[in-house]
Design a protein around this ligand. Sequence first.
Ligand code: HEC
Ligand code: HEC
Ligand code: HEC
Ligand code: HEC
Ligand code: HEC
Ligand code: HEC
Length: 431
Amino acid sequence: MKSVEKHSQLTRLLLKSFTFLLIFSMSFSLQAQDSVDAERQKEGRKLFKSLCSSCHKLDKKFVGPALGKIEEKRDADWLKAWIKDNAALRASGDADAIAIFDEYKGSPMTAFPQLTDKNIEDILYYTTVGEPKKTTAAGDADATVTVAKEASPWLTRILIAIIVIGILIIASLLKTISELKGAPKTPGLASNVNDLWVGFKRNTFLHVLLTIFLALTTAYVLFGVLFQVGVDEGYQPIQPIAFSHKIHAGDNKIDCQYCHSTAKHSKTSGIPSTNVCMNCHKNISEVAEDTKVTIGEQVLGKAELDKEIQKLYKAAGWDADNLTYTGKTQPVKWVRVHNLPDFAYFNHSQHVTVGGQKCQTCHGPVETMDEVYQFSPLTMGWCIDCHKETKVDLKGNAYYTKIHEELAKKYGVKSVTVAQLGGLECGKCHY
Ligand code: HEC
Ligand code: HEC
Ligand code: HEC
Ligand code: HEC
Ligand code: HEC
Ligand code: HEC
């Protein structure tokens, strides 16, 4: 009789551990959901910044109405129809569409037939949840930690393995205990624990399982830390001069490498000196009447922007009245946006010139940004994913032709990825 009672106590104990594992895995899937949401927010923000921010703000009227929480005011189908082609919606006689158009007389909104429903949902999600948390210009106080999506599949696999092995351990314990059931017993929790311990000591299979369990848990925690620490995606500090890439690289189509001229043949891309700016700005001391730059929540118009050009003149020591240099220069203290830790090696010319990668692949649509922000996570997982996916163009390079033939033979493939060329070796990126 007693033995049966005791057995059920043990079962309860084991059920509890099982529940714990279940909750553990559920909390993980919540985390995964968080990272999906973060991804939507990021996508939405990107599209909003490049397509909508020239006319809309989230929190106040601009050229068009404020779009923050617009989902509460209009239903989803209406929004999709409006954003894709507002003129067509008005032509269909939709009263709301006609009313809002009348309210903003004289400034029709662009049509965006190229956007998919998913694109629009992402934009609307961003208008509802707002900005991702940002780091301050000082950079460290409340550093953002974004879950790197690259890491998730691996973490999930390891976690599933941990759970499976946990279940095996429990099953195995149950079996040993039921084998022990016949033995003489004393009641109480202490003896239950004692039983578990005896069972554990007898079962070598359990020892092996437990070792794997601990190793995997360690790997899980370690990988989690490795992939997530110090990710500053979206980092966007305030710059000393409100220099806009949208105006320079976008509207005026100045080539990236005109200013970042060292990207082609050296490790760094560098920030241009004021001399480069002055090649044009000796003659351009004012912006056009309707030029606008959005910095954070602020919109700078002609009056403010002309003052920003004056800041450049002060830094370059340019006397705009007499059209001469005074010789009194002071460096512009641009705040760095991208910054890998010192122990990681990254070389621009290797990627831009040798690898043929476009700036935008890593830095995003810079030509649409009034304010540059960190577009990619810059994590190890990010570097490695691209090295695994990207095929190396080995044409027209005698040195590569030979390596290519050998590697292609070795891997039995037609073309070689960066990874197969050695782009996953620790020493290539870490000194
Ligand atoms: C060229 C300026 C311009 C751009 C770019 C622009 N809009 Fe608009 N938008 C307007 C104006 C102006 C209105 C007010 C209605 C009108 O005059 O047609 C408006 C109205 C809206 C409305 C209706 C708001 C309400 O209160 O009902 C939504 C939603 C909207 N825009 C979303 C977007 C989205 C999303 C994008 C980017 C994909 C975008 N707009 C890009 C100018 C613009
Ligand atoms: C007229 C000169 C000029 C042109 C053209 C230009 N840039 Fe810049 N770029 C700058 C200046 C000045 C800064 C530093 C201020 C800032 O971050 O906005 C900068 C900063 C950057 C940064 C951030 C650097 C950091 O601190 O980590 C990136 C990335 C960048 N540029 C990429 C590009 C790309 C890509 C293009 C072409 C689409 C481009 N730039 C075109 C002048 C220019
Ligand atoms: C393969 C990805 C990749 C490509 C392609 C790329 N960059 Fe970068 N860029 C980076 C990374 C990573 C950093 C951070 C480097 C560091 O902190 O050492 C960076 C930093 C910068 C900086 C800051 C200053 C510096 O050199 O550290 C500028 C400016 C810049 N990139 C401009 C450009 C321009 C312009 C192009 C195109 C000609 C370009 N990048 C192409 C990944 C890339
Ligand atoms: C190839 C020519 C060219 C170069 C090089 C150039 N600019 Fe400009 N810049 C322009 C033009 C053109 C305008 C005016 C745009 C307008 O009127 O809408 C302008 C506008 C500006 C403005 C006001 C708009 C804004 O972006 O905030 C500032 C500030 C400015 N430039 C700073 C700089 C700095 C700093 C550099 C060097 C890093 C630089 N420019 C290099 C052509 C250039
Ligand atoms: C957009 C894709 C992309 C990203 C992102 C990227 N790389 Fe690369 N990387 C390449 C390509 C393509 C090459 C091959 C260039 C060549 O042909 O040698 C390369 C080559 C390299 C090499 C030389 C490898 C060798 O075998 O000689 C190093 C080192 C390197 N990358 C470091 C990095 C680091 C560090 C990062 C992250 C900060 C990074 N890469 C991110 C595409 C990328
Ligand atoms: C393609 C380039 C690349 C390769 C190959 C690479 N790493 Fe990294 N690694 C990086 C970058 C970039 C960072 C910095 C990431 C960050 O700041 O989030 C990093 C960070 C790290 C860190 C520190 C983690 C942290 O969050 O501070 C460790 C440890 C590390 N790598 C170990 C390795 C080992 C071991 C290998 C070989 C199996 C390796 N790396 C191969 C690019 C690489």
